[in-house]
Design a protein around this ligand. Sequence first.
Ligand code: PDD
Length: 281
Amino acid sequence: PDTAWVNGRFLPLADASVSVLDRGFLFSDSVYEVIPVYAGTPFRMDDHLQRLARSLDALGIADPHGIDGWRALLAELVEVNGGGDLAIYLQVTRGAPSRRDHRIPHDVEPTVVAFCQTRAAPDPEALAAGLAAITTDDTRWRDCHIKSTSLLANVLAADAARAEGATEAILVRDGAVLEGTSSNVFAVIDGRLVTPALRPTILPGITRGVVLGIARAQALDHAEVDTLTPEALRAAEEVWITSSTREIFPVTRLDGASVGDGVPGPLWTRVRGWLQAGLHD
Ligand code: PDD
């Protein structure tokens, strides 16, 4: 996939660029989405587009395309990139005014960038091993429900995880587990599936919503909880992270110790099966 869309036209990704005055570049004054594509079909595209609309609204950026425009644009983007299994990345910035100034300009057109990356199905061996995660202090701002590109705290936390031989950092604020640097968090505690209840410091993940939908449809014992402590997470039978790129991934080591038996748990196996069965819906 090597064709990008920038402000109204397709061009080779290697040639795609935006102005150095773009407010996305200067101030992270921008929002984004990552939409998985299975065999050429975006999964839950409308949920992603609705979240994009909410993010744009939160920043007061006028939606440059509207839901039908986005649908048509993304269909074309997938097609020119050959379809198959992809992840669409799309970003809308405030735009590029003629000078750098913190104050929001009201006479610029938003910048729209979209491109695709290959998205391999999770490797069976990697899934069977699960991944290692750490818990760490959440130093992000308080409006993480907006899918903004202000991701420096996420990037640094992810790198702290890497430095400890782990793949994901799970962010903790005021004694409560919130989410991963690029994922939501689920745990199985005393047989019940739990995830932190939404609040402004949590991104309402599309995959999180899909998993909760499965839990409802399958009448699993489940709850969105106000406080999931890191201690409870470490003592859980199962821990999973969810995201559009990782689907539902088992966490088998947390803060250097095994989660449960140290292998992906039985509820994960079942819920993943249901998710897989619905991925082409
Ligand atoms: N990230 N929480 C955060 C902070 C995220 O960045 C993401 C996704 C999620 C999961 O949301 P969803 O299920 O809608 O993908 C939760 C994307 C994949 C990324 O930044 O690459």
